[in-house]
Design a protein. Sequence first.
Length: 579
Amino acid sequence: MTTPPLFGRVLLKILFPKERREEIEGDLEELFHRRVERQGLGPARRLYCRDLASLFRIVRFQKSRTKVRRGDGAMPAYFQDIRYGLRTLMQNRGFTAVSVVTLALGIGANSAIFTLIDATLLQKPQAEAPERILSVYSGREDRPFSSASYPDYVDIRDRNESFSGFAVYGSIGVTWNTGEQTETLSGYIVSGNYFSVLGLQPVSGRFFLAEEDETPGSHPVVVLSHRLWVERFGGSPDVISSAMTLNGHGFTIVGVAPPGFTGRNMVETGDVWIPMMMQAVVRPPRARFYGGMDPDLIERRGMRWLKMFGRLRPDASPEEATSSLDVIARQLADAYPESNTRVRFTVYPALQGDPGAREALVPAATLLMVVVGLVLLIACANVANLQLARAAARRIEFATRAALGAGRRRLMRQALTESVLIALAGAVAGVILAAWTTSLLVPTILEANVLPIRLAVDPFPSSRVLAFTLFVALATALIFGLAPALQATGQNLTEGLRGSDARRRFGLRKALVVCARKVPSGLQRDAERVEIAGRNDVRADDMRAPLRRWLSAVDENTGSASAAAERRDPSERCRFDAR
């Protein structure tokens, strides 16, 4: 007797369990034999294969639907929420635009301020193993974080046993004569081992040699910052060994610092670095300048104008460095009582930046974050008020969905998903606004000389700024989206389905700051567009008659509709997703 193809029986064994496979296999085999008698073996085989393909598609579809219904496919359900939320927001462009712009202003202000905080207080020094670098300050008990003199630095460099390298630097400002104009550059006068202690490598050329840090005035060389090299010299390697006129003296360019490096101090930016032995040229004596009219600051132990730092040896600890510096401080106090009496040396982790700048910036940064935080709260209140009005306009939709079996958790998830989408859109616009504001604000502040320091701020947001913005966006979505979600999902089904005004029971709107008095008329479209998709893809038009019968039953009963819904068997409740 002619039998169906062997691969068909194998496929049935894969798709179905034994108890169901025998019944289906028997039906297909009987149908196959009938077709053989009527149409012949060839057409029967083709039709048999067609039936198997159709059966395979049906089984695959049912498995995917069952997976979502059982909760095993949480991500596909979330994707449905996202897709429906995007479609709903696009249908209400006025509401979406107002909400996104409002949140963009609040989130953008927070991102802009946090960008400044990240650049000045949170950035790590650009150095090799920065956790092994310690700043060393010279001062007395009442002012421990003060500057040091160059002779004190030389003594610590030569006597200490805890640092593998010890360097010093000081801030300077020099005039650069380009031949066409004269401009002021900020920079540093540094010891010859400055870059080697930091563990940096030049992009082009070299850094300072040991002999360039021995004889005063003998080696007029300069290292350029990467920014100055790119902006003013076009990033050309031919600039090495070329001349540069600073303070009226000729200097030779010997190297270029790595990208992003603007100085060891995170709150300042440098354009040039010059050896310490050129102090008489780049920091000459002048009136009202620290050091007075003394022409030779590197020889005066009492002139404290430099900052010191060192790299710990692998086997040394900060406590051992402190003990070693205490011994050196006592030795210097005995040897130079006029300048070093009661002077001590204090170590401070380089990762924490400059303590003086931190002391000045932290209160200002805290105040600014509080102010922009309040701005964000006001924005959240305004958007929450719009969401409450929108939830009231959608009360029929949510009541209908609840009546058909959607739980409160499911409805709240949909409402919060829409809030998250609005918050993320506001975050993207806020980051763009923050970058644009920072790029305009920082140069304006620097040109106006409002601050005594030159901030090194990259307007492009770092990963830390992006993470902060994402956190703010999610927190914002929770703040302005939770109350509307509770209101929309907590209403009485009878009142919601009848279109009763549920807003009178919810007094939170009276406590919120009103952003707009009139909600765009497009919000009403949400209540008129309810699409239901059940297990058999039931359309909204097909559900009208059952809904009318259900409402009639509610009218005849004295109990509430919500109680009737709770009495139903959960396994028989219609699962649906709004599409």
